[in-house]
Structures are given as C-alpha cells and as structure tokens.
Design a binder for this molecule. Structure first.
Ligand code: ZN
Ligand code: ZN
Length: 176
C-alpha cells in the first residue's frame, strides 16, 4: 500500500508508523460529496488532505474545501496545471494554531517539490475558517481554506463571506 502523500516528510529520516493513503486522506477525498463523508475535524487535517489532493490531482477536493464564497472565483485549470507540473516531494507541518479568535485557525507548513536545482519548499501560513451549516441537521461544522490569492470584490462593511454575521473586515477580512 502506498504511503499517503501528506505523510512524506523530507525532514524526517524515516517514519515510525507509515500511514497508507487509505488510512489517511482517502476517506476525506472520497467522502467530499457525501453528507456522511469524512470531514476534517481541524485545520491541520484539512491542510494535509488538501496537500494530498494537490499531489493526486483531486482538484474537485481543492475547490470543495475552499470557502464556498470563493469557489466560483477559483481558476480551476490553473490549479490543475500547477499541481500537475509540480514534482511534489513532501509536507512538513511546522505549526498548527487551532484556535484563532472564534472561528479561525492557521497552519504554517512547508510543501516540498523537486526541480532541476534540487528540493525546494513553498513555506506558507494558511488560514482556515470553521463554518456552521445551519440547514444541516447533523455534522454541522466544516473547516474551509481561505484563499488569500482570490480577489474578493466586496466592501469591507459587508457581512462576512463565511456567513458568521460579522462584518468582513472584522472576520475573514483580517486574514485575506
Ligand atoms: Zn494523508
Ligand atoms: Zn468570516
């Protein structure tokens, strides 16, 4: 069984407990369209499943785990060709801040990739927001990625894109 892409870490010489894809990110990828599918219960888990989705070209998962108000604004073709052209080499989670205010979290990570000049890293700090689906009877909360590269054409006084009811500038606008 292949290792899950998110479990490959260039900074670790070996893993004590290898985790296969089917025991790690696959249930999240396979369940994204199902109400009863596996859901990331924190931002680090979502970050890992998104990294694996980039490696395995599961662009639908990347879109579905971005905050809903941004999904239609994503350049899916660009995401797909970037993911395809990148020679992924592993992931290091550097720091997970699970609670940032009422509904945000941040994950600092390095996503490694190989070029002709050797292994390089995207070193990023990503922000995630927890959204409550008021129409759902159970499984109400879900974490989403807030994409800072998506240009949001909205006034700072509008209600936030995450549906929290707060003003954008006091909520997700702090992070994007
Ligand atoms: Zn994984
Ligand atoms: Zn918000």
């Amino acid at each position: 069984m292949p290792l899950c892409p998110c479990q490959v870490s260039p900074s670790l010489a070996f893993l004590t407990t290898p985790v296969t894809y089917s025991d790690c990110c696959q249930p999240y990828h396979d369940g994204i369209d199902r109400v009863d599918g596996a859901k990331a219960n924190d931002a680090e888990r979502l970050m890992r499943t998104r990294y694996s989705a980039f490696v395995l070209l599961k662009v639908g998962y990347i879109v579905a785990t971005t905050v809903p108000a941004q999904q239609d604004l994503l350049d899916v073709d660009a995401i797909e060709s970037w993911a395809k052209e990148t020679d992924w080499a592993g992931l290091d989670i550097i720091q997970h801040t699970p609670n940032l205010g009422k509904r945000h979290a941040q994950v600092e990570f390095k996503a490694f990739y190989t070029t002709s000049e050797g292994t390089q890293a995207h070193h990023e700090l990503s922000t995630f927001v927890r959204i409550t689906d008021k129409s759902a009877s159970e499984n109400k909360e879900r974490w989403y990625f807030l994409d800072p590269t998506v240009a949001m054409t909205m006034s700072q006084k509008q209600p936030c894109i995450c549906g929290s009811g707060e003003k954008f500038k006091r909520c997700c606008g702090v992070y994007i």
